[in-house]
Design a protein around this ligand. Structure first.
Ligand SMILES: CC(C)(COP(=O)(O)OP(=O)(O)OC[C@H]1O[C@@H](n2cnc3c(N)ncnc32)[C@H](O)[C@@H]1OP(=O)(O)O)[C@@H](O)C(=O)NCCC(=O)NCCS
Length: 134
């Protein structure tokens, strides 16, 4: 993924029930994420049409995978799996031993996808957040 993919990627996210673009998902925010994590985020395209996207990065000790989406017509063909497995491999090659992701509550299809790929649920951690005003 490169910054100029932003508009098509945002359109895919907005159309994909289960992804919730949020604070930080501005063009500047996504560009900064890509620059801080070179080569880790992926898009899948066919004939110039965007079929899939995954944001992947790390902070030096943990990996993060965000906003995975596959266009409805391309689902259940293994594209999501291929993109995520490539990200996990790339994180391992950079020495990152574990990665996290967030699933919006109630996104059972998303959760089934992650479990099928070997990701495990956490019942020992609650997510907490703060808006910095920045
Ligand atoms: C979740 C999503 C990315 C999966 O992409 P995909 O390319 O269809 O997934 P794959 O074809 O690689 O599926 C891999 C495995 O995940 C599981 N899986 C995928 N979609 C599933 C669904 N709707 N219900 C149950 N299991 C599912 C299956 O085990 C599947 O293997 P199989 O097809 O051999 O049975 C896609 O459905 C999507 O974009 N959903 C909307 C956005 C979203 O919820 N993203 C996740 C945010 S946490």
């Amino acid at each position: 993924m490169i910054p100029s993919d932003y508009d098509a990627v945002m359109a895919l996210w907005e159309a994909a029930d289960g992804v919730r673009p949020s604070l930080g998902d501005t063009p500047a925010g996504v560009t900064r994420f890509l620059e801080r994590n070179p080569g880790l985020s992926l898009v899948a395209e066919e004939g110039g049409r965007l079929l899939g996207v995954v944001l992947c990065g790390h902070d030096g000790r943990r990996g993060y995978i965000n906003h995975v989406a596959v266009a409805p017509a391309a689902r259940r063909s293994g594209l999501g799996r291929r993109m995520v497995e490539a990200c996990v491999k790339a994180l391992a090659e950079q020495g990152i031993p574990r990665a996290h992701l967030f699933v919006v509550k109630g996104n059972e299809r998303g959760a089934a996808f992650w479990r099928a790929l070997g990701w495990f649920d956490r019942d020992d951690i609650d997510l907490m957040s703060i808006d910095t005003g920045g």
